[in-house]
Design a protein around this ligand. Structure first.
Ligand SMILES: [Fe+2]
Ligand SMILES: [Fe+2]
Length: 146
């Protein structure tokens, strides 16, 4: 197991917590597939790894989209900042997979999944998602908080 749900920061909106918990499950499954491929680098293990990565990517698109739709609807002032963090994360996620498919660099993929992703995930929830969820719940803008 790579990520423990107990370490997941909880935000003020349950729908967001649910999506984050699901994301942790997917990342953990992906991590297992990565270890399997590392141990036995068969074509079958590689295909499963890529397949799970794509599922995680699809889930992440939905995850981000769900937050973005509500931010637009509720006119969240720092929407562009939150949205650009999402866009950057998705672009990197896509780059890493393309790189793995082209070069077969499992070390690079492992470094990304085990180090970059967990750190980004927790940090993003603690900052952007926390403030955004608070705004959804209370209607309070972080700009007007004292
Ligand atoms: Fe989120
Ligand atoms: Fe977010």
């Amino acid at each position: 197991m790579l990520l423990d749900k107990k370490d997941m920061p909880i935000v003020a909106m349950d729908f967001m917590n649910d999506v984050h918990a699901k994301d942790i499950e997917i990342i953990n499954t992906l991590y297992d597939a990565l270890l399997s491929y590392e141990t036995v680098p068969s074509e079958e293990h590689k295909e499963r790894l890529i397949q799970l990565y794509r599922e995680w990517f699809e889930h992440t698109i939905e995850h981000f989209h769900g937050e973005e739709v509500l931010m637009v609807e509720k006119k969240f002032p720092p929407y562009p900042v939150h949205k650009s963090e999402h866009d950057r994360a998705l672009a990197l996620m896509d780059d890493v997979l393309r790189n793995f498919i082209t070069t077969g660099d499992i070390a690079g993929l492992k470094q990304y999944i085990t180090q970059v992703v967990p750190q980004w995930f927790v940090q993003h929830i603690q900052s952007m998602d926390t403030v955004t969820a608070m705004f959804f719940k209370s209607g309070m803008s972080p700009c007007s908080m004292h």
